[in-house]
Design a protein around this ligand. Structure first.
Ligand code: FAD
Length: 393
């Protein structure tokens, strides 16, 4: 009974057993996970029912209509969008059972310890070292731009375990305990003034081998699952018609005739249509996802998302004129969530600048689309067969 009718029936049973009006938020979310209605495409026992992913909106709508709480997905986007699919694909049964439930309910926030000062686009060049000591790994190094590290209980981490082989081959993927005394999180201030991300120093951090995801030396392959899912989770969010960045500017256009000009009208119409095309393309991408892991097409979605967010928020500031330059001072605040489209026009304009950097820069995503979608010749790579320790830095 994993068709739409069966799922509606299960949602009704959940609501009857745990009425949202009288059940605590966390208790409801845990019960929803245990009923297999968290992410219906996950396996039974892990928050799902092995149902088609495309049926998730049926469950979400039934529960929302009954006033049930959700798991605040924007607060736990890295866990839901990146850590969870990676754990599902590469984790042991024990790891799946330990990590997925509190990840989904939001009891445990996750962050992503990938980028380093010398390894962003060229992520495989990373230098954080993990050295095996009996049943543990000792990790030393520095990560940077780590969103939500100040809130996180766990991190997905990639580190170098073999410097003697070429850079892509000597990496291993771990789950890192952010409460380990060797983890130090320091805020980094962004263009918006706030500190949504951090630098993270790792000094003698101990990770049990039981928290390794995938084989030793296979971390690059495991990380591809995370990165492909990251692009979809950033660029492929489900939106209603006229949702996302286009919503506030369309609203302002309708309610403020005093601001309208012919030129801005043409640009707004063009961007509105592009936003709708992008939204519908996202729907198609999600239908493909129902059948497996995302491929490089997600990079195309994320590219468009970044370009449109920047153009639309730019148009909004122009439309509002001087009013568009006013925005709340968020200096040094530590936001609870990563918010691409929230707050005021000035915030949206500044925050969207990061959209073409986070989750892979637009230049790097263009390379991926060129090579892996269009089949164009690859960039020359001179370091493919050179041991990581012999690379110039
Ligand atoms: C808001 C935000 C949140 C982030 N959150 C996280 C996080 O939670 N965890 C995490 O690990 N990282 C995070 N990042 C880091 C992000 O993944 C990196 O910034 C990104 O991969 C780029 O790396 P870099 O900053 O080192 O720039 P570089 O790689 O040094 O790039 C500099 C410039 O060179 C260009 N360039 C580089 N290589 C090529 C190439 N081959 N062809 C053409 N152009 C090229 C780039 O496009 C860019 O314009 C975040 C970044 C931002 C902005």
């Amino acid at each position: 009974m994993t068709d739409a009718t069966g799922l509606k029936g299960r949602a009704a049973e959940l609501l009857a057993a745990h009425p949202p009006a009288t059940t605590g938020r966390l208790d409801f979310l845990r019960a929803r996970f245990d009923a297999g209605l968290a992410w219906v495409h996950f396996p039974e026992g892990l928050g799902g029912l092995g149902a088609p992913r495309s049926l998730q909106p049926v469950v979400d709508a039934e529960l929302a209509a009954a006033g049930a709480p959700d798991n605040d997905p924007r607060r736990i986007g890295i866990g839901l969008g990146m850590a969870a699919p990676t754990i599902l694909q590469y984790g042991t049964e024990e790891q799946k059972r330990r990590f997925l439930r509190p990840l989904w309910t939001g009891e445990e926030v996750w962050c992503q310890l990938f980028s380093e000062p010398g390894a962003g686009s060229d992520l495989a060049a990373l230098g954080t070292r993990a050295v095996r000591q009996d049943d543990e790994w000792i990790v030393d190094g520095q990560k940077v731009w780590t969103s939500s590290a100040h809130l996180a209980r766990w991190a997905i981490l990639i580190a170098r375990t073999d410097p003697d082989v070429p850079k892509h081959r000597g990496i291993t993927y771990f789950v890192c305990d952010m409460t380990d005394p060797g983890v130090e999180v320091r805020p980094l201030r962004q263009i918006t003034g706030e500190a949504e991300f951090n630098e993270v120093f790792l000094t003698g951090v101990r990770i049990p081998d039981a928290h390794r995801l995938g084989e030793v030396g296979d971390g690059w392959r495991v990380a591809q699952t995370t990165l492909m899912n990251e692009r979809v989770s950033i660029g492929g969010m489900r939106l209603p018609r006229e949702g996302g960045m286009i919503a506030p500017v369309a609203r302002t256009w309708r309610t403020r005739p005093d601001l309208r000009t012919h030129d801005l009208h043409q640009r707004l119409l063009t961007l509105w249509v592009e936003a709708e095309v992008s939204r519908l393309t996202g729907e198609r991408l999600r239908q493909q996802l129902a059948a497996g892991q995302p491929g490089p097409e997600g990079s195309g979605m994320k590219l468009t998302f970044a370009r449109l967010n920047q153009e639309i928020s730019g148009l909004e500031v122009e439309l509002l004129g001087e009013e568009g330059l006013l925005y709340d001072d968020w200096s040094l605040r530590r936001p609870e969530l990563v918010d691409f489209t929230g707050r005021d026009a000035g915030y949206r304009y500044l925050r969207s600048k990061g959209n073409s950097i986070e989750g892979g820069t637009s230049e790097v995503l263009l390379n991926i689309v060129a090579e892996r979608v269009l089949g164009l010749p690859a960039e020359p790579r001179t370091d493919k067969d050179v041991a990581w320790k012999d690379l110039s830095r």
